[in-house]
Structure formats: C-alpha cells, structure tokens
Design a protein around this ligand. Structure first.
Ligand SMILES: Nc1ncnc2c1ncn2[C@@H]1O[C@H](COP(=O)(O)OP(=O)(O)O)[C@@H](O)[C@H]1O
Ligand SMILES: N[C@@H](CCC(=O)OP(=O)(O)O)C(=O)O
Length: 378
C-alpha cells in the first residue's frame, strides 16, 4: 500500500493515532440501484488501510442499513412507520456488513460488527465493556464497523442519526480525530443547496451559537440522509468536549480520504487524554478508596499503572468501572482512577503479584487494578 495516498490529509488526521470515520447512507448506497456501492467502499477501504499501515487504529461508523433494507424488502414508500424502518435496518445490516467485508478483503483487513444503542454509550459499565471489545479488535488489527442497533431501539431511546453516535464512538475509543464523510465538503454559512451565496468555512476555532445557527437539516433531494449539518455540528460539540477534532468532508470521490480537497476542521477544546483525565479527576464521585504503600505512590507519580502488589487497604463497595480515590500512607489523595476490578476482587488480590490474579480470582481483567490511561494524578 502506497503511503503517497495520504499525503494530502489534513494535519489533524496525520497526527491522530486513533481515527473515527463516519460515512453517510448516500455514500454507501448507490441511489439508482439501491444496493451497496462496492467500488466506493473499496476506495475507502484502501484509504483506511493506508492509515492503518501508519500504525493508526481506525473505527468506521457506517450508515446505510435502512437504505439497503428498504430496497431489499421492497419498502419503496417515502415515509415508513417505525416498525418498517426497523425491519429495513434488520434486513439491510447484514448486507451492509457483507459489502464492507468484501471491500476490506481487497486490502487484506478483517472487519467486525459493533451495534450500539444510546444506553451503551451512556451507562458506564456498558461503555467500558464496549470500549474493551473495540480495544481488543484494534489489537487484533481489525476494523470495527459501528452502526446503531436500529432493530431494538425505539424512537425515545435512539440516537436516530449516526453523526452523534459516531461522536460518542470517537469518545469511547479516545479518538483524536472524527471524520464525517458526507455529500457536502464541509460547513457553509448557510445550506448551499438553498442559498447560492453561502460561503465555505474551512476552520472553526470555537463552536458557539453563531456556528450552530448556520447548520440546517438534511439534503431532502437525496432522501436518505438523517439530520443534515445540524447533527454534524452537534457531533462536533460532543467530540470537541472529549478533546477530539472533527473534520467534515465530502466522501463523493473514489478515494475520499486521499482526495480531500476542501473540508471543515472543528477544533476541540483540549487534547483527548487531557479531557478524559479532567473528567476522571473532576466530575466523578469516587465510590471507594484504595490505600497504597510508598512504593506504589512513587510508581504512580512516575506515570505507572496501579498493580495489586502496592495496595494495602480498601474501603467502600464498588464495582469494575467505578471511580475510586487513591490514598498515600500519609492519608493524602494522590490520584483518582477507574478500577478494572471490583472492591471484593481487589480485597482478594491486594498485596499480591499480577501473575497471581488469575489463580486467586479464577479470571483476569488484566495486570492492572487501574491502568495509567484511566488515572488522573491529583
Ligand atoms: N450550513 C450548512 N452547510 C453545509 N450543508 C448544510 C448546511 N445546512 C444544511 N446542510 C445540508 O446538510 C446535508 C448533509 O447532511 P445529510 O444529508 O444528513 O448527509 P449524511 O447522509 O452524510 O449524514 C447537505 O447536503 C446540505 O444540504
Ligand atoms: N442507522 C441508520 C443510519 C442513520 C443515519 O444517521 O443516516 P445518515 O444521515 O445517512 O448517516 C442506518 O444504518 O440506516
């Protein structure tokens, strides 16, 4: 795979280690035939392979299940009832995945399906489980392909648009860049399909109400998009608060990431890891305390993860995924972090070596009680 292909990528993408790419239905589904656009999908697969060859992890969020299923089931009416939309998504999703599988096979990459609901991204335990699965898929060199689990979500509990789902997914995997590939090459001062004098905006430094006011609804002509520019700006806001930059670009070329002539970059408020650590340190109420020995406190201050061997005492009842306070022998709070094991499990493994964990608990969730990425020094 030639790396020349990605020379024209915006800097923000070149410097990101983890990238989330969202593609809209209009790109994946050929408007005339109503089936997956295999040639376009192969082109994107080549671009993604080029990014992965640089050591980046790529999460793909793909719309198109509803549009593919509609045609397959012969549901051609413009307006469908919710249960019909869900039926279309149920029929379209396996078609969408098999089209992606074929596309990625041409660049020797494996794919995996991750169907999420809003609850998965809002309930902490489910969030952590989803994150662990996607991390493992990255480690295995796979391209996780995310969509909303349309068949089980009702109107009240669904995202309904994959722009915001993609922003949450980007946050889930701690992406530094979220690319929203659409049928338009970025944000304009007004919907350019309705206002010919609308001007393109290449860079948004600060996403405020004046920017939000520019973004309108979907391209009604295409008929398959959901949310339009408004949900892309809402997505950029979610991503930005998690330290992730958003790029809105047109996907209407055969190699959309290599041929990104014009786009809009929306700057995040902080770096992804700084935003995550600020969230751990500030917004989370600790559910318990871990008292450490001096050696463990020194290790944490040197940027190491917390291992069971340095834990002397535990207070409180907490579960895997909860936040705890980490206390020095002098009684000071040195850090806060998200635990990989429950209070009960940590009581059983405290003071022991990581290699003993599996023997004591009968399972292991990793060597660390708190991974350094999940810890903020106070
Ligand atoms: N300010 C704006 N700048 C650019 N596009 C806009 C703006 N306001 C509304 N739009 C519309 O948003 C559409 C893209 O959203 P959408 O149709 O939902 O695509 P997708 O399927 O990629 O999510 C554009 O085609 C355009 O008509
Ligand atoms: N989950 C839906 C996609 C909903 C959606 O946001 O569509 P789009 O605006 O085309 O990205 C599907 O696969 O049909």
């Amino acid at each position: 795979m030639s790396l020349d292909a990605i020379k024209s990528l915006p800097d923000v993408l070149a410097s990101a280690k983890r990238i989330t790419i969202k593609v809209g239905s209009a790109l994946v589904v050929d408007a005339g035939s109503g089936v997956a656009d295999a040639a376009w999908m192969r082109g994107l697969a080549q671009d993604i392979a080029a990014l992965m060859a640089q050591g980046k992890s790529v999460l793909l969020v793909s719309s198109g299940a509803g549009a593919l299923g509609r045609r397959y089931l012969g549901l051609t009416r413009k307006k469908l009832k919710l249960d019909e939309k869900q039926a279309a998504a149920a029929a379209g999703q396996p078609r969408l995945m098999s089209a992606w599988e074929e596309a990625f096979q041409t660049v020797s990459l494996k794919t995996a399906q991750v169907l999420l609901t809003r609850e998965d991204t809002e309930k902490r335990r489910r969030w952590l489980n989803a994150r662990a699965t996607v991390d493992t898929l990255f480690d295995l060199g796979c391209v996780p392909i995310v969509n909303e689990n349309d068949t089980v979500v009702t109107e009240e509990i669904r995202y309904g648009d994959n722009d915001r789902l993609a922003a949450r997914a980007a946050q889930l995997v701690r992406s530094e860049a979220l690319v929203l590939l659409s049928d338009i090459d970025g944000l304009y001062t007004d919907d350019p399909r309705r206002n010919a004098s609308a001007e393109h905006i290449p860079l948004v430094e600060k996403l405020d109400a004046s920017i939000e006011a520019m973004a309108g609804g979907a391209n009604a002509q295409a008929g398959v998009g959901t949310g339009g520019m408004a949900t892309k700006i809402a997505a950029a806001k979610i991503a930005g608060s998690a330290g992730c930059a958003t790029i809105i670009a047109s996907g209407q070329t055969i190699r959309p990431l290599s041929n990104m002539a014009r786009f809009t970059v929306i700057r995040p408020q902080a770096s992804a890891s700084a935003a995550y650590k600020a969230w751990i340190a500030g917004t989370v109420v600790p559910a318990g305390k871990l008292m450490l020995d001096d050696g463990a406190v020194r290790a944490l201050r040197n940027g190491k993860s917390l291992l069971p061997s340095g834990i002397v005492e535990i207070t409180g009842q907490f579960d895997k995924g909860d936040s705890v306070s980490i206390i020095s022998p002098a009684g000071d709070e040195v850090a806060r972090g998200i635990v990989t094991y429950s209070a009960e499990a940590i009581r059983a493994i405290r003071g022991r070596g990581s290699h003993d964990i599996e023997g004591i608990l009968g399972y292991t969730s990793g060597d660390e009680v708190i991974h350094r990425d999940d810890m903020a020094l106070v």
